[in-house]
Unconditional design. Structure first.
Length: 256
């Protein structure tokens, strides 16, 4: 029930939807002053969420900083959290389709190739509310095999649908294979690491965090970098606000 509710509420935490709703209210309002008020609200939110400087400072404050690979200790297992692969691929021989969070996958391969982890645990089933027989872990495992990763070094959790289940099923897999929790590295996006690390620590899997997929880069304080609106930033805010709501929901459910 918690999982279904979280998916339904996801619609309500998208900044673009807030702006559209405010514009619709303004459009339907018969009173001129009410129409103007909601129009101002919509414009304010649009300018706020597309401002590069605001985006930079907020994400710089919240994201978990990426550590240089050379400074990461060697661990037995790298836990690769899902949420980046397209599970609607029809042909099993098709190329793996990933979004920008696919940096998680690249990071896992890099850590493995540099012998910072001995095995990769892919944690990710199918997060869709609707029926889909494909799961992310299976598709990613197939890709890793094509990348010449030894099949004995790949563990798969194809059941988890959210961060909490990532932790639960990963722990089960680790105990089944090692009888106790081995040294682990947690691999996920910088904006997601805060919540993910707390969840894993809560259930007794103490990981070394390795964040990737940063939403910010060094900023030049010029007109283009600080004032000119960037509509692409709306997507980043969608991810971040989802994380904040996730922190609240997980805290209320005792997951953190």
């Amino acid at each position: 029930m918690f999982y279904i509710l979280s998916k339904i509420l996801a619609f309500l935490i998208i900044p673009f939807n807030w702006i559209v709703i405010l514009l619709l209210i303004a459009l339907k309002a018969k009173n001129k002053w009410i129409r103007l008020k909601y129009l101002k609200y919509a414009i304010f939110l649009l300018l706020f969420f597309t401002n590069p400087l605001i985006h930079h400072f907020i994400f710089n404050w919240y994201e978990v900083k990426t550590v240089e690979i050379n400074n990461i200790p060697q661990n037995e297992v790298g836990i690769l959290l899902g949420g980046y692969a397209d599970t609607d691929i029809e042909d099993s021989d098709s190329l793996l389709q990933i979004d920008q969070a696919g940096n998680r996958l690249v990071a896992a391969i890099e850590l493995y190739k540099q012998k910072k982890i001995n095995k990769i645990l892919i944690s990710g089933g199918n997060g869709s509310l609707f029926e889909n027989n494909k799961n992310e872990a299976t598709l990613v495992r197939r890709f890793l095999l094509r990348m010449s990763i030894d099949s004995n070094d790949i563990l798969t959790d194809s059941l988890s649908r959210n961060t909490y289940e990532n932790a639960v099923y990963s722990k089960q897999l680790l105990i089944e294979k090692y009888s106790k929790i081995p040294s682990t590295t947690l691999i996920t996006s910088a904006f997601h690491m805060n919540r993910a690390e707390k969840v894993f620590n809560k259930i007794g899997v103490n990981c070394i965090p390795f964040s990737c997929d940063k939403k910010i880069n060094d900023i030049d304080f010029n007109l283009n970098e600080t004032i000119n609106p960037d509509p692409l930033l709306l997507k980043d805010w969608q991810y971040l606000i989802k994380e904040w709501f996730g922190l609240i929901a997980y805290s209320l459910n005792g997951y953190l």
